[in-house]
Design a binder for this molecule. Structure first.
Ligand code: CDP
Ligand code: MG
Length: 715
C-alpha cells in the first residue's frame, strides 16, 4: 500500500521502464495479490495463496460475479467448433443481409452515409460488394481509406485472402512511403493521407469509380480535407460512401446532403463497472485488474486500451514477469494490449472483458505558442462507449472503466475534437494552396479550424519561404509540396542542395521518421545496450548519432546481424531505408540534386540545412539551470527540457533546435541538435531579428532607433 501511494504522486508512464520501477511495479501487483494472506507469504514461491477462496477485490470494483459466464463459454465454443469457411464467414456478417439493399441505395444516390457497429463488415465487405456489382468494369478502381496505416495493411491482407488473390495484385494497399499495388489492382485500401496526395497529382481521381471514406467518425485531418474538397461535385459519376461506426452520422448526412443507411447490429449487453474513487495511476490499476480478472474469471479474452507503444511494452513486460513468477499456478494469460486502434479500426473476436483507463495520446497544438505536442489526455465519452462495446461481440461482457462514474458523466468531453482543430496546419495550407485553393480561410471545412491556427500556418509558411507577400506559393513552396513531409522537413531537404549535403539530410530525415524505435533496450541487457548506443554518439547532437547509425548500417550492406549485435532495431532500419528510397525518388521529381557532403568532418552544412527548416523549434538554455525556453513565442515561465535519451542530455548547449516535444512528467524535446544563433537569422530573416536574439542572450545594448527591437524588448 505504501508503494502504491508513492505512485500516486507520479504519473510519468515512461517511468516504468527502469529496473527499479519495474521491480516496484511488480511489488504493487504482489502486494495486492496478497490481500488477506499478507503475513503468511514470504516470497515469490508462496503464490498459491492467490487461489484462496476469499475473493481478491484489489481495486474495489463494484463487481458482480459473472453469472452469464456459461453463456459466454457456450458462445466461444460454438464459434470455435464451427471453423467456418470463408464463404460462410462472409455470409454470417451483419452486413450480408443488407447486401442488395445497400447496392440499390448506392446505385440510386451518389453519396450515402453508412453506419454500423464495429465488426459488422463495412470495411471488408462493402468494397467487395462493389467489385461484385461491376463497379470496377472499364478499368476503374475502388478505393477505401483508413485513418491508420496498420488498418489499411491488415484489412487489405484479409480481403485478399477472402477473394483468394495474392496481396498486391487485385487487392492492394498504399500508405505513405509504401505502395503495395500493381496494374491489376482493382481494390485499393489506403490511408486518407495517401488519397489526398493522389488528389494532388490527379485532382479528378479519374482512376476510381467509388471512394469509401471509412472510419469517418474519427475526423482525422486528412478525412476532413477530403470532405471539404467536395470531389463528388466535380465527378458526377463517382460514388462516395462515408462510413462511420458511431451514431453521430446525422452531421455527415447534413454536410453531404445524403441519406443514412443503418446496419443494425446485435451486440450483447455489456456491464460497465467504475472505480469508486479516481485511480492515481492507470497503468498499475490496469495491470492489477488484468490479473484480478484472469484469476477470478474462467473464460474470455481481456482487451486493455493503452495510449502508445511505450505503455504497451511496459505493461506487457510487467504482466509477463508476474506470469513467470506465478508459473504453472495460473492458466496462460490471454490478453490484448492495444491503442485506440482497437476501438473501431480493427475487430478482435473473443473479447469478453474490456479495461478502459480512459486515456488517449493526442496531438495538441497551441496557436499561441505555436507548439505542437503529444499529450496523454482523457478520451471522449464517445470513445469510452466504443471501447466498452468491444466486450459485447461474442456474448455478454464486462467493461472496467478505471475512473469514476462521476468522471464519465462530468469530466469527459462528448466527442473527440476533430484533428483539424488541434494541429499545426502548415501542411494543410501548403496542400490546399498547391491544389489551387488560394483563399484557405474560406475553405468549407466541416468544422473549421481556429482562425488563429490558419493565420499562424500562413505566417510559418511565409517564414519558411513557401509563400510570398501575397500569400501565393513560391517556387520553393511548389517544390516543398511535392514531398509527403511536414513543411519544415521538406524545406530542409530542398535547402540542403545549397549546402551540397542532400544525401546526409535525407538520411537524417528518414531516421527521424523512425527515431523513437531505433535503439533496442532489453531489460536483461540494459548495460550492453546502453554501451552500444553510446558508441554511436557523435558530436553535434542526436541528428548526427542517427546519421552515424544509418551510415554504419549501409556499410554492412544492410545487415540484420549487425543490427542484433548493436542493439539496433532491424525493422525500424528497414523502414527508414524504405522512406529514404522514396525520398530519393521524390528529390529527383522535385529536381533536387543529390550531393554528398564533400567534407564529412565538417558538420556545419548539415546543421545549417536542418536549421533552415527547423528554426521555429529553436530553444535557448536558461541562464540558471538546465531548462530551455523557446526562442520565439515561448511563454515566460514555460520551460522545456532535453529528453534523457538525448546525447545532449546534461551537455546542455546554449542554443539548440529540436525535432519534437513530448509531454510526460515534463515537457521534453526529443532529437536535439546544437546550433549557433546567427544561423537562425540566416535561415529566417523575417522570423528572427538580431536584437531579439541579443535580448535572449542578455545583451543589453540596443540600437536606439530600432523600433522592432524596442518592441521585442518590451514584450
Ligand atoms: O468495418 P467493420 O468494423 O464493420 O467490420 P470489418 O472490419 O469488415 O470486419 C468484419 C469481420 O471480418 C470481423 O468479424 C473481423 O473479425 C473479420 N476480420 C478479420 O478476420 N481480419 C481482418 N484483418 C479484418 C476483419
Ligand atoms: Mg471497419
Amino acid at each position: 500500500a505504501v508503494l502504491y501511494q508513492r505512485y500516486e504522486e507520479d504519473r510519468d508512464p515512461n517511468k516504468f521502464v527502469t529496473d527499479q520501477d519495474q521491480w516496484e511495479q511488480t511489488q504493487i501487483v504482489k502486494s495486492q495479490l496478497k490481500v488477506g494472506a499478507q503475513d503468511r507469504i514470504k516470497d515469490d514461491e508462496d503464490y498459491s495463496y492467490i487461489f484462496d477462496d476469499q475473493a481478491i477485490d484489489f481495486l474495489d470494483w463494484d463487481w458482480k460475479s459473472n453469472d452469464k459466464e456459461d453463456e459466454i463459454i457456450a458462445r466461444i465454443d460454438e464459434a470455435e467448433r464451427k471453423a467456418k469457411t470463408i464463404e460462410e464467414t462472409r455470409k454470417s456478417l451483419p452486413i450480408f443481409a443488407f447486401r442488395e439493399e445497400l447496392l440499390k441505395a448506392i446505385n440510386e444516390y451518389q453519396t450515402i452515409v453508412i453506419v454500423g457497429e464495429t465488426g459488422s463488415g463495412k470495411t471488408t465487405q462493402l468494397p467487395q460488394y462493389l467489385c461484385e456489382a461491376g463497379y470496377t468494369k472499364g478499368g476503374k478502381k475502388i478505393c477505401c481509406t483508413q485513418p491508420r496505416r496498420v488498418a489499411a495493411m491488415s484489412v487489405a491482407a484479409r480481403v485478399a485472402e477472402e477473394m483468394g488473390v495474392k496481396l498486391g495484385y487485385e487487392v492492394g494497399y498504399a500508405i505513405r512511403f509504401e505502395d503495395c499495388t500493381s496494374d491489376k489492382t482493382i481494390l485499393k485500401y489506403m490511408t486518407d493521407g495517401t488519397l489526398l496526395r493522389e488528389f494532388l497529382s490527379t485532382p479528378l481521381l479519374d482512376d476510381y469509380s467509388c471512394l469509401m471514406i471509412d472510419e469517418a467518425h474519427e475526423r482525422t485531418l486528412h478525412t476532413d480535407i477530403l470532405f471539404g474538397l467536395d470531389i463528388a461535385r466535380v465527378r458526377p459519376d463517382l460514388k462516395l460512401l462515408i462510413s462511420s461506426a458511431t451514431l453521430d452520422a446525422q452531421k455527415f448526412a447534413e454536410y453531404f446532403d445524403a441519406p443514412i443507411f443503418n446496419i443494425p447490429g446485435k451486440p450483447y449487453p455489456v456491464t460497465v463497472c467504475y472505480t469508486k474513487a479516481p485511480e492515481a495511476n492507470y497503468i498499475s490499476a490496469a495491470i492489477t485488474t488484468v490479473m484480478q480478472l484472469h484469476i477470478s474469471q474462467k473464460n474470455g479474452d481481456i482487451l486493455v486500451f493503452l495510449t502508445g507503444q511505450d505503455e504497451i511494452e511496459a505493461v506487457q513486460e510487467s504482466l509477463q514477469h508476474t506470469c513467470r513468477v506465478l508459473g504453472s499456478k495460473i492458466r496462460e494469460l490471454m490478453v490484448i494490449l492495444a491503442t485506440n486502434i482497437a476501438e473501431t479500426s480493427i475487430t478482435i473476436d473473443g473479447v469478453a472483458f474490456v479495461i478502459d483507463p480512459g486515456f488517449v495520446k493526442q496531438n495538441v497544438y497551441s496557436p499561441k505558442t505555436r507548439m505542437e505536442s503529444l499529450l496523454v489526455v482523457p478520451c471522449s465519452r464517445a470513445s469510452a462507449v466504443q471501447r466498452s462495446g468491444r466486450a459485447g461481440r461474442v456474448g455478454p461482457g464486462h467493461c472496467f472503466r478505471l475512473y469514476t462514474q462521476h468522471a464519465f458523466h462530468n469530466e469527459l468531453e462528448d466527442n473527440t475534437v476533430p484533428e483539424i482543430q488541434r494541429t499545426n496546419l502548415g501542411n494543410v495550407v501548403l496542400m490546399l494552396k498547391s491544389i489551387g485553393i488560394h483563399d484557405v480561410m474560406r475553405f468549407e471545412f466541416m468544422d473549421p479550424p481556429h482562425e488563429q491556427s490558419l493565420i499562424s500556418a500562413l505566417n510559418d509558411l511565409y517564414a519558411l519561404g513557401a509563400l510570398n507577400n501575397n500569400g501565393e506559393l513560391t517556387k520553393l513552396g511548389r517544390r516543398m509540396a511535392e514531398f509527403p513531409l511536414d513543411p519544415f522537413l521538406s524545406k530542409s531537404v530542398i535547402w540542403s542542395e545549397k549546402y551540397n549535403c542532400t544525401e546526409e539530410v535525407i538520411s537524417i530525415i528518414s531516421m527521424l521518421t523512425v527515431q523513437s524505435s531505433v535503439f533496442y533496450r532489453p531489460k536483461d541487457k540494459k548495460f550492453h545496450a546502453d554501451k552500444a548506443r553510446q558508441n554511436f554518439t557523435r558530436p553535434g547532437g542526436d541528428h548526427f548519432t542517427l546519421l552515424n547509425v544509418w551510415e554504419q548500417w549501409v556499410d554492412t550492406n544492410y545487415s540484420m546481424n549487425w543490427c542484433y549485435e548493436n542493439f539496433v532495431v532491424y525493422r525500424s532500419m528497414s523502414r527508414a531505408r524504405d522512406v529514404r528510397d522514396q525520398l530519393v525518388g521524390l528529390c529527383e521529381r522535385a529536381e533536387v540534386d543529390l550531393k554528398s557532403n564533400p567534407n564529412p568532418g565538417d558538420i556545419v552544412p548539415v546543421q545549417k540545412s536542418i536549421v533552415s527548416g527547423f528554426f521555429m523549434n529553436a530553444a535557448k538554455l536558461s541562464r540558471f539551470g538546465e531548462s530551455y525556453q523557446k526562442a520565439k513565442y515561448g511563454e515566460p515561465g514555460r520551460t522545456i527540457h532535453i529528453h534523457p535519451s538525448s546525447s545532449l542530455f546534461q551537455v546542455n548547449p546554449k542554443w539548440i533546435v529540436f525535432y519534437e516535444l513530448v509531454l510526460t512528467s515534463k515537457e521534453y524535446m526529443r532529437q536535439v541538435m546544437e546550433i549557433k544563433p546567427e544561423w537562425l537569422i540566416e535561415a529566417a530573416p523575417y522570423y528572427y531579428s538580431q536584437s531579439e536574439l541579443d535580448n535572449l542572450e542578455g545583451k543589453k545594448k540596443m540600437p536606439k532607433n530600432n523600433k522592432a527591437a524596442q518592441k521585442a524588448a518590451q514584450s
